[in-house]
Design a protein around this ligand. Sequence first.
Ligand SMILES: C[S@@+](CC[C@H](N)C(=O)[O-])C[C@H]1O[C@@H](n2cnc3c(N)ncnc32)[C@H](O)[C@@H]1O
Length: 186
Amino acid sequence: MLRRKERQLPAGWHRAVNIQGWFGLHEARLLSRLCTGPWCEIGCHKGRSTTVLAETGHDGYAIDTWQGTSDKNDPTYGARVYVEFMGKVDRYENVIIVKSNFRNPRTVHLVPDNLHLLHLDADHSYEATKLAFELYAEKLIPGGHVCFHDAKGGGWPGVEQFVAELPSDEWEHVDTVGSLAAFKAL
Ligand SMILES: C[S@@+](CC[C@H](N)C(=O)[O-])C[C@H]1O[C@@H](n2cnc3c(N)ncnc32)[C@H](O)[C@@H]1O
């Protein structure tokens, strides 16, 4: 039987669950629990996980090109998904929406150095996962957390490989729920 705490729904789950996406309830619980202060998400799509983060009430940055990674042949993809995202997330005054490639130096510069949580869920190649981590994880406070979506399950070997290589004397693996792997900055 689940303990009371494990049965609780994360704040705003009733909103998030109605947004198309891949983020599950147990993943949302973990993300919400680890979001204890300013956060940054790279890869927002239609706003499912962004809504979970926004509902914590902490200030955050939602970064996405809204160009997709696998749907490049459909020129309307970005516009449609962005409109859907804005319809769900624009209501939150605590969220700064950054329509940009995470590689853009101005975007990197924009994100402050006081993050409690970094959620990486954009380009799932090994190189992009490594680069996003290198550019943004240094913005975490000691004791802050980085979460990788699609870090388990076999679908995204690049993410799994990168996560497996994280040095355990710098990054403590605290939990993996669904495909979401969470590490604490030591
Ligand atoms: C798997 S979806 C994110 C899912 C979202 N976290 C959710 O809960 O539904 C990946 C997103 O990453 C974005 N993306 C891919 N490459 C990117 C890049 N280099 N910079 C910023 N965003 C990127 C895509 O536009 C897409 O919306």
